[in-house]
Design a protein around this ligand. Structure first.
Ligand SMILES: [Zn+2]
Length: 253
């Protein structure tokens, strides 16, 4: 892969903290190109259904691994979990951050990126924090692999929060996750184990047939019966459409 001077045999290297630490301006320039592409994206059917379930009060919380900000574009409120005003239910928590935001590496100030700052990044120059008395360097608010500053973007307590939310849920829906990455398997294990005596029904929606195999392999040793796990080999919009109809029917009866 060769993009903006970043060169690697492994395309995912650009998302690693090691690459960022070695070439901050190169990685930030790459992220701004990516951001400008993502600005053109619009919420899909799946985003709209999740937002609709949220508005109707049927969603305890949406946790997303996506960094594109499309959940909030579809109408969901983005939450920062250490804020006192975190809602009792509803809203979206962006586990891996949001590419439309920057964060200061020193004071932790987080705010939307400006057009000028985007241009500065693409020119491979650094952007400084504008808080009085702080001259920290700003970076994209996106969590990288092995990120040493991930706590500035997503507090470590987010997993406890996720488990707490899941404990009051009847159904946990996993959408578009293939469970190839150890992080997503860890999320599953935490939610499954953290539910105490209550057993969840997990609905896994993914068009890739390897998904269930990946999950069962990653969760070796975890007691998952067929009653606990429903696999829908469907796209996000189609699978969530089924969930939405199921919620509607349950409400009507
Ligand atoms: Zn700062």
């Amino acid at each position: 892969m060769k993009t903006l001077g970043l060169c690697s045999k492994d395309p995912s290297a650009v998302f690693s903290y090691g690459t960022f630490a070695r070439d901050k301006v190169g990685v930030q320039a790459f992220f701004d190109v990516l951001r400008r592409e993502m600005v053109k994206a619009r919420p899909a059917q799946g985003h709209r259904i999740i937002s609709s379930l949220d508005q109707s009060g049927h969603l305890i919380r949406h946790y997303t691994l996506n960094i594109d900000g499309l959940a909030s574009a579809a109408g969901q409120t983005p939450l920062v979990i250490n804020e006192e005003d975190t809602k009792e239910r509803g809203g979206v928590i962006e586990l891996h951050g949001n590419i439309h935001f920057v964060v200061c590496c020193v004071c932790g100030t987080r705010r939307p990126i400006t057009t000028l700052e985007g241009l500065t990044f693409r020119q491979k120059r650094s952007v400084r924090c504008t808080q009085p008395t702080c001259e920290g360097e700003m970076r994209f608010a996106v969590v990288l692999y092995g990120d040493k500053d991930s706590g500035l973007i997503t507090p470590d307590s987010v997993l406890d929060y996720m488990v707490q939310d899941a404990a009051s849920a009847a159904v946990v829906v996993w959408v578009g996750i293939s469970f190839q990455q150890s992080a997503s398997v860890e999320y599953f294990r935490r939610v499954h184990r953290g539910s105490g005596l209550r057993r969840h029904v997990h609905v896994v929606i993914n068009p890739e047939e390897d998904t269930l195999y990946n999950l069962r392999t990653g969760c070796h040793g975890l007691d998952l019966s067929e009653h606990d796990l429903v696999f829908a080999q469907l796209g996000a919009g189609q699978g969530l459409g089924v969930i939405q109809r199921w919620v509607r029917d349950a409400k009507a009866t």
